[in-house]
Design a protein around this ligand. Structure first.
Ligand code: BES
Ligand code: MN
Ligand code: MN
Length: 455
């Protein structure tokens, strides 16, 4: 039997198993799911053991890490597969057509929280490896698999885990499927990810909400003030106004600009898919450049005052917001957090008190755009998808990729199986059945192709 025949034969079982994986509400951000996280990790470990890996659950300071190994031979290259079993919170629940943790197939798509980001994509590799192992009796590569439970909360404990287990994780290259294809019929290899820096800003006014008739006009309104501060984050050309923000930004190379220009882009369709009347962004850059290779500053949420039924005439006591800045090489998340704090404090009027909470985030990365591993990945994708991949970048972040380079001194190959309209982090997250199948086929082609690389 060939690996492909094995995949075909086990199609139904594979779906059943994927659904089991998807049913765990493994939401890393919420402490109420601590037990679900542990159970999901335990299920993964058992599954990996059952298909022939030596596997273990490692506790961390946060949610556990699942680690599995397969040893082929000393001569064979060692590939580190990384994925994450944690998912984003599913809210707002009322917008889901079927339960976020009750996976369902509709019109050629699997619907469930995490099916694209990243349980389904991780499963493509697990099932691809299983297909080779079960159909041929062995794998031509050494496999190390690291599946974490804290990617969606910035991988806070994984860096320490990697530092501590450098020897165990020693390998030639990492493979991650946690990105998207460029589009339907456009499988992709991604050569860069943005980083991210988080800050939370609170603006305090009176020590309680007070009557806006009695006190309005005499004291500062924290919401008005915060809105004014947010308005000063960008200038009129869409540039970020934080002093020193662009100091370490590497200009976009000519090669990269050319690469992006080669990718088809239809502005009308792009606008229509998002339901926006016009595009918006930093002057002088194309949409792909803005979204993949330029830093940003976005308010993710804002809170304050009265939003209930009817009216309430108050000057609120406090207003707050959460801000993320997407970063590009060579910006540093901590440095950017500090610069943002300094600026926010500077522009705040004397009439309010300001609190800024900073959370590091993720370091931006670029990975090689050529070399034997990329060629091997391209061949595997060709087998899985019947098409060679395009090269693209992504605006999202996978925090651990920078640590793979810094601590393990390895490069990462980013192979995306999902689509940009698969609703990751949104209601009705989905993965096309066809993409799942082609992902599994690519996963099954990787061992042979990577084994050809001389190390
Ligand atoms: N899979 C995404 C990263 C991603 C997003 C890649 C979009 C390509 C396109 C990952 O799970 C993710 O959401 N990362 C977070 C990291 C953050 C919490 C530090 C992100 O980018 O917001
Ligand atoms: Mn992900
Ligand atoms: Mn995500």
């Amino acid at each position: 039997m060939t690996p492909l025949e094995y995949l075909k034969k086990t199609e139904k079982k594979r779906m059943t198993e994927l659904f089991q994986f998807l049913r765990f509400p493994s939401v890393s951000a919420k402490s109420e799911h601590k037990k679900d996280m542990r159970e999901c990790a335990g299920w993964l470990k058992s599954h990996l053991s059952a298909i022939g890996f030596k596997s273990r659950v490692y506790p961390t300071g946060g949610h556990p890490v699942v680690y599995a190994e397969y040893t082929s031979s000393k001569q064979a290259p060692t590939i580190l597969y990384y994925g994450h079993y944690d998912v984003q919170p599913p809210e707002p629940l009322e917008l889901w057509k079927s339960g976020p943790f009750a996976p369902e197939v509709r019109e050629g798509y699997i619907y469930a929280r995490g099916v694209a980001d990243d349980k389904g994509q991780t499963f493509c590799h697990i099932k691809g490896l299983e297909a080779v192992l079960k159909s041929t009796g062995s794998l031509p590569i050494n496999v190390k698999m690291l599946i974490e439970g804290e990617e969606e909360v910035a991988s806070e404990n994984l860096t320490a885990f990697i530092r501590k287990n450098r020897q165990m994780l020693k390998c030639e290259v990492a493979v991650i499927s946690d990105t998207a294809q460029f589009g339907h019929e456009y499988p992709a290899v991604t050569f860069g990810l943005r980083g991210v820096a988080f800050v939370e800003v609170s603006v305090y006014g009176p020590n309680r909400d007070v009557h806006s008739g009695s006190f309005g006009g005499a004291i500062a309104n924290p919401i008005n003030v915060l809105a004014g501060m947010i308005a000063q984050l960008h200038d009129k050309n869409g540039k970020i106004a934080i002093p020193g923000f662009y100091k370490d930004v590497k200009p976009i190379t000519k090669w990269e600009k050319t690469q992006f220009r080669r990718l088809p882009f239809n502005e009308a369709n792009y606008k229509k898919a998002l339901g926006v009347p016009a595009l918006h962004g930093e002057k002088g850059f194309s949409t792909f450049e803005r979204a993949w290779s330029r830093p940003t500053c976005d308010v993710n949420g804002i809170k304050g005052g009265y939003q209930g039924e009817g009216g309430k005439t108050i000057v609120p006591s406090v207003a707050s917001c959460k801000i993320t800045m997407r970063l590009v090489p060579n910006q540093n998340p901590n440095d950017i957090c500090n610069k943002a704090e300094r600026y926010l404090r500077k522009i705040a009027p004397k009439s309010v008190r300001v609190q800024v909470i900073k959370h590091g985030g993720a370091t931006p990365v670029v990975v090689p755009t050529d070399g034997p591993w990329l060629d091997a990945a391209a061949r595997a994708i060709k087998t899985g998808f019947g098409k060679a991949p395009v090269f693209m970048k992504e605006g999202g972040s996978i925090p651990i990729v920078a640590d793979f380079k810094k601590i393990l001194e390895i490069n990462t190959v980013l192979i995306g199986f999902s689509q940009h309209n698969d609703n990751v982090h949104s209601p009705n997250e989905r993965l096309r059945l066809k993409d799942f199948e082609r992902g599994c086929k690519t996963g099954a082609a990787i061992p042979d192709e990577f084994a050809k690389v001389e190390v």
